[in-house]
Design a binder for this molecule. Structure first.
Ligand SMILES: Nc1nc2c(ncn2[C@@H]2O[C@H](COP(=O)(O)OP(=O)(O)O)[C@@H](O)[C@H]2O)c(=O)[nH]1
Ligand SMILES: Nc1nc2c(ncn2[C@@H]2O[C@H](COP(=O)(O)OP(=O)(O)O)[C@@H](O)[C@H]2O)c(=O)[nH]1
Lengths: 272, 272
């Protein structure tokens, strides 16, 4: 099984931490602080990391495509371009493979989902967010997440989620939503509904283990005023995100990529 | 007594909340959420709000100059320009007044301090931050603050503060630092040293009153995992910021503006 995940968002939104937390692996090391005098990359780079993980006894080959530099410049015009190019080039490489006789050794490198990190301003989506999502929503399954959601109170999270959903709707942006089928069993319908009701997920990431006052050892962020637990569903939606990505809807993400998003790309390309 | 405060930073960094918290007044109402379809301002606007407050029995006429739109566009080239124009126009209006015979009714509108809000990424200053600070540090007393610092653990705050100080130094940016004089009394020297050691302040703002488990009613932000108290110096540096602004160094901020920053502007202008 392959899972190709595109991760996009401004620097400092906890993307590397979240990837490490999701797959319980130090895929990204803590960033060595750049020298203050370092020239920042004035462009976006595409960084790919691969690893194997095991989930419920199933082996998963995970590829994470990271986009350092996105949104970091003073002028972020066309920040979406290198990322759209990357998605397209992976579609092209599949198109090329489909036309070959010998298909034995091809590995599907198409992007199955894009985790888009939203800054927890508490206000609304930013112009940069909207522009990016509008350029990619027809090419990739978008899973928007509210980054570092421990910065928002429960009330602020509810308002912010509603506001993001309104922005997404009014801007005509399509995000990935698990389909509910009439012939689904009770349990699946309930899981899908629960996930749908929590979108966009408000998440917190951490690989640090902390001892709680009641003696449990949990992944958490420790503050002087309390401990926020990653795997506690009363504290954030991390568990829901993980369920969507590697358990309940992994197949649906891959199918939609192959049968809908890729086919759209292919027909548009062949029509040109 | 006048205090003219310039407040600069991207949207959603808690600027309005902090101003309300600093002066214990609802100077800025909670923002009515914009309609998703609203055109965002594609430029920076300069918004001025005035009020009278009382501090230790001393009446203070406070003017807050806000800069909505800063850093919010996809392209933020020259975001500093309208703000530098505003600082300069206030210097010009003082210059004009100095040359008049009848000075009776002039109110000093020069900016005494610029509160610059840094996004709590945990990494380093952004290009936008550096560019802005380099354009204003010779014109206004800069007080950088780490916004929404409850998003960082104690350890992350220490690292981030050090990193910001290194960035500021290597980029040749001057920030306001209380002077320590040999003839200061013990208490003043200690207060100045404490303030200096905490720069840049990691702050949290809130006007909401919350009941703590031990029965105190405090200004705080309430999370499922704990309550972060604004006025608790173990939780953030708000108290230190307030001391600097309205108690210990208000005079020094005004004097440095009049005797150093304004004089620099004046001589450069007259030399042209
Ligand atoms: N408050 C909060 N901080 C986080 C979270 N995840 C990561 N961080 C911190 O945010 C900083 C940047 O994280 P990093 O993963 O490097 O962000 P990236 O630049 O998006 O890859 C680090 O100090 C992390 O410890 C989170 O869920 N909540
Ligand atoms: N975590 C955290 N959130 C804050 C803080 N101050 C304000 N907020 C929240 O951040 C959001 C934006 O605040 P606002 O004052 O409107 O920010 P502004 O756009 O910079 O003026 C609101 O939901 C506030 O409740 C803070 O110190 N910490």
């Amino acid at each position: 099984f392959n899972l190709n995940l595109l991760v996009v968002g401004e620097a400092g939104l906890g993307k590397s931490t979240l990837i490490n937390t999701l797959f319980n692996k130090e895929l990204y090391e803590p960033k060595a602080p750049r020298e203050p005098s370092d020239e920042r990359a004035s462009t976006i780079t595409i960084k790919t990391t691969e690893t194997d993980i095991e989930e419920n006894g199933v082996k998963l080959h995970l590829t994470v495509v990271d986009t350092p530099g996105f949104g970091e410049q003073i002028n972020n015009t066309d920040a979406w371009q290198p990322i759209v190019d990357e998605i397209n080039s992976r579609f092209d490489s599949y198109l090329e493979f489909e036309n070959k006789i010998n298909r034995a050794t091809y590995v599907d490198s198409r992007i199955h989902a894009c985790l888009y990190f939203i800054e927890p301003t508490g206000h609304s989506l930013k112009p940069l967010d909207i522009e990016f999502l509008q350029h990619v929503h027809k090419k990739v399954n978008i899973i928007p997440v509210i980054a570092k959601s421990d910065t928002l109170t429960e009330e602020e999270i509810l308002e912010f989620k509603q506001r993001i959903k309104d922005d997404i709707k009014s801007q005509g942006i399509e995000i990935f939503e698990p389909k509910i089928y009439d012939d689904d069993d009770e349990e699946t319908i309930e899981a899908s509904n629960e996930i749908l009701s929590k979108l966009p997920f408000a998440i917190v990431g951490s690989t640090k283990e902390v001892q709680t006052p009641d003696g449990r050892l949990v992944r958490a962020r420790q503050y002087p005023w309390g401990i926020i637990e990653v795997d506690n569903e009363d504290h954030n939606d991390f568990v829901k995100l993980r369920q969507l990505l590697v358990r309940n809807f992994l197949e649906e993400l891959r199918e939609k990529t192959a049968n809908v998003l890729y086919e759209t790309y292919r027909s548009e390309k062949l029509l040109k």
